[in-house]
Design a binder for this molecule. Structure first.
Ligand code: GPV
Length: 833
């Protein structure tokens, strides 16, 4: 990273975070003014919500001013910009983040205090903006934070879902889903921009026509048109020099289309049309890493891509008119996975059909403008659309895809591998077979100038296992950018105690330059510093224990090991292996109440996709096991199990600062990167992890001795798969493993209802254990034992935690952004004022 070599002392003298000042008195006046004139209430009767909105409005006075300055600077400089196209942005709460990035958090806290209000209570009013499922959506949120912080011209484009990820409740230990209502009464963090509405055509048919000069043209007669309404969420960079925007599209029925129906006497029908159009942005698909193949999802994807491209073109044309020669020097579009891949044929359609470019020129522009990030190798996540569905929804786009494919196979594949039909079938954007399909990953690779994976090992596997022929055909197209996280949200704001200590030691610039934290490594063996650091960890655990009690009624000991697995529920992430280990510990304690282990609280936070049966069974099992274990007096509180309901960004912000152990236990080769692993390590937790995704790089940075690595590596996994994996071998040869699996068939955890937990055992034995939990079980159990004995060595443990915090600089998402800028986007900074 560019700033790595800057000395700490130079950094300490750098300008403070805020580029303007706002003292407590000003802030107080501003909050009162907004309470009166924006909220129409007064301090004697204001609800917490009103206080929160008034505080947001006070902050917005600055945000909007910086936004205006930013837009002016970008327009005047006419700079190249990146457009981050993503179906998900998992923003979490915005007020606390904006106050931190504006540099006025303390002023706001003091102002509210003077007004008799507690800022933490006020901040708690805000619902999470959960317009994403998990890592992919949260990554997008971290990236736009970093882009604004680094003064890069960037826009995030996505969908303004009315309902974000469902709210999770437990009923009789089972997950039930309730609709998320993040903006039931509006949100103070978004601005509607009716002046930038876009029309989106859908369905219909394609007509071949000839223009005056006899040229053949294609004319799409859409069956419907819906409109996209943009909502802008200001993205405040740290220090608030740049304020970029996240532009989210809301769908509505198109006025003019509706009037026809209305005037024809179809008032009632027109209401049905409204509902259909509004359905497009109504709800986020809750399937993480599985493609559903549903029509509405394809329409969602096309909807936000079509709106975004027209928006980009409108902005471009304002400066460059009909001169398309600079389009790809002014614009780059990053595809966050294949969800926005339909933007490629849409840009072709706009250029060829609507702006009369010839195919070759249009294709050159496309291929110079798109870049694609792959986030998984899981086959069930690689999107494929039935040709018949595509044809119905987007008939012209299907034609364009066929033409892209025909030229690609004839001009590129045939030239490289003449007469090789097998390779052609493999590389074709169309999958042949009983039902023909459009392969969105193939389309993304063919239509982009760069393709990146999200951690070193993942990027290697993308080349080696997923797209080897493409890598041979397009040398240099494939690259890596390791993911990152914003240290503003994931350390400064969420862990104020540790942040204060770090600032005291290395100065106030670490939230920009996380490499500065390396400096604290020199205190790793200093008993006084160790005490300060561990006192903070304990205080965070005490807070967390209170939250656990409040949310679950379970009492936990803050001095116990807080062992945390927080992530979506997936077989490949292997929560079921953690479950087996809990049963093993419980069994050891029952057999020997003096079994030597530190008290441990195993904490889960996780949502299962509503249709993912086994994932929901695992949640159910963990809740049942928790009930039994937590109330079993025989084990004297040495083991507790907690499953926190409705895990989300806001819960993560409380849990991560309180973690001792970070469970990152995916089968090697399956977790593309992981980003929770980075957040937990930055906040001091030791990783119990496989050599998968970014765990490998975390271990490199922290040093092998400061993580607990276990299990098969990618090569060993692939070798075992090739040789033929038989989970029964492990069942019969490991008595403890057999005992805990058999336990699941009894009614021990579900009194009177034997067999209720059997699906987990079945999936691991009859089901073939596709993610090899049984093969890694013993090694996992050993690593957990190792972690336990290291926890007993207080000084050694403190040292390891400190080193973890000190060495996570690489995982600053600012570094990820600089990597993208250097290797892919080629942007230049545009300082504002
Ligand atoms: I594809 N990821 C996700 O959260 N949802 C998805 O639909 C897909 C990928 C995740 C990966 O699983 C993580 O390993 C990765 O860290 C994250 O994307 C961000 O790259």
């Amino acid at each position: 990273m560019a700033t790595k070599k800057t000395t700490a002392s130079a950094k300490k003298k750098a300008a403070p975070a805020a580029s303007f000042s706002l003292n407590t008195t000003d802030f107080k006046e501003s909050i009162l003014k907004h309470l009166h004139s924006t909220l129409g209430t007064d301090e004697n009767k204001a609800s917490n919500r009103a206080w929160a909105e008034a505080t947001a409005a006070a902050a917005n006075d600055f945000v909007y001013e910086r936004l205006r300055q930013t837009q002016k600077a970008h327009f005047e400089a006419d700079t190249r910009a990146v457009h981050y196209l993503s179906a998900e942005f998992l923003m979490g709460r915005l007020l606390s983040n904006n106050l931190h990035n504006l540099g006025v958090f303390d002023a706001a806290a003091d102002a509210l205090k003077d007004l008799g209000q507690d800022i933490s209570v006020i901040l708690d009013e805000e619902p999470d903006m959960a317009l994403g499922n998990g890592g992919l959506g949260r990554l997008a949120a971290c990236f736009i934070d970093s882009l604004a912080t680094l003064n890069y011209p960037a826009i995030g484009y996505g969908i303004h879902y009315e309902h974000g990820l469902f709210r999770q409740e437990f009923r009789d230990n089972r997950q039930i889903e309730r609709p998320d209502e993040w903006r039931e009464y509006g949100s103070p963090f978004e601005i509607c921009r009716p002046e930038s509405v876009q029309q989106v055509p859908l369905f219909g048919y394609v007509e071949t026509v000839f223009d005056e000069t006899g040229n053949m043209k294609k004319k799409w007669h859409p069956g419907r048109v819906i409109k996209g309404i943009p909502w802008d969420v200001p993205i405040v960079g740290y220090g608030a020099e740049t304020v970029n925007i996240l532009r989210l599209w809301e769908s509505r029925a198109s006025d003019f289309f509706n009037w026809d129906v209305f005037n024809a006497g179809g008032y009632i029908d027109s209401q049905a049309e409204n509902a259909e159009a509004e359905a497009v942005s109504k709800v986020l698909y809750p399937n993480d890493e599985t493609e559903a193949g549903k029509q509405l999802r394809l329409i969602q994807q096309y909807f936000f891509c079509a709106c975004s491209l027209k928006d980009i073109i409108r902005r471009y044309s304002r400066a460059h008119g009909n001169d398309w020669s600079k389009f790809s020097t002014q614009n780059v579009m990053q595809l966050n996975d294949t969800h926005p891949a339909v933007a490629i044929p849409e840009l072709m359609r706009l250029l060829v059909d609507e702006h009369d470019l010839n195919w070759d020129d249009a294709w050159t522009i496309c291929r110079e403008s798109f870049a694609y990030t792959n986030h998984t190798l899981l086959p069930e996540a690689l999107e494929k659309w039935d040709v018949s569905l595509f044809e119905r929804v987007l008939p012209r786009h299907l034609e364009i895809i066929y033409e892209i494919n025909r030229r690609f196979l004839e001009d590129e594949v045939e030239v490289k591998w003449p007469g090789n039909d097998e390779i052609k079938a493999k590389l074709s954007i169309i999958e042949e077979g009983d039902s023909r399909k459009v392969r969105m990953g193939h389309l993304s690779v063919v239509g982009s100038f760069k393709v990146n994976g999200v951690a070193q090992i993942h990027s290697e596997l993308v080349k080696k296992d997923l797209f080897p022929e493409y890598d041979a055909l397009f040398p240099g197209k494939f690259t890596n950018v390791t993911n990152g996280i914003t240290p503003r949200r994931w350390l400064k704001a969420c862990n104020p105690r540790l942040s204060a200590l770090l600032t005291e030691k290395v100065g106030e610039n670490w939230p920009r330059d996380l490499e500065l934290l390396r400096d604290i490594a020199k205190y790793a063996d200093d008993p006084a510093f160790q005490k300060e650091y561990m006192d903070i960890k304990l205080a965070n655990k005490v807070d967390m224990a209170a939250t656990i009690l409040e949310l679950t009624g379970v009492e936990v000991d803050p001095t116990a090991i807080f062992d945390i697995q927080i992530k979506r529920l997936h077989e490949y992430k292997r929560q079921q292996m953690n479950l087996l280990h809990i049963l093993a510990l419980y069994r050891r304690l029952l057999e020997n109440p003096d079994y030597d282990m530190n008290p441990r609280v195993v904490i889960f936070g996780s949502k299962a996709a509503p249709g993912y049966k086994l994932a929901k069974d695992i949640i159910y099992a963990l809740n049942c096991i928790a009930e039994k274990v937590n109330s079993d007096a025989r084990i004297k509180g040495k083991l507790k199990v907690v499953f926190l309901p409705n895990y989300r960004v806001t819960i993560a912000e409380k849990l991560i600062p309180a973690a001792d152990l970070s469970q990152q236990i995916s089968l090697a080769g399956y977790e593309a990167s992981g980003t929770g692993n980075m957040k937990l390590a930055l906040n001091g937790a030791l990783t119990v992890g496989t050599l998968d995704g970014a765990n490998i790089e975390i271990a490199e940075e922290a040093g092998e001795e400061n993580v607990c690595i276990f299990g098969m590596n990618v090569d060993e996994v692939q070798a075992l798969q090739a040789q033929g994996y038989n989970p029964w071998d492990y069942y019969y040869s490991n008595p403890e493993l057999k005992a805990v699996l058999d336990w699941l068939d009894t009614d021990y955890f579900t009194p009177g209802k034997p067999g209720e937990l059997s699906s987990i055992k079945r999936s691991l034995l009859d089901g073939g254990d596709p993610y090899m939990a049984l093969a890694d079980f013993q090694s996992y159990s050993d690593a957990q034992k190792d972690a336990d004995s290291r926890y007993s060595d207080k000084a050694g443990w403190a040292r390891a935690m400190i080193i973890n915090t000190a060495t996570m600089g690489k995982f600053n998402s600012d570094r990820s952004m600089e990597d993208y800028v250097r290797d892919i986007w080629k942007l230049t900074k545009c300082p504002v004022k």
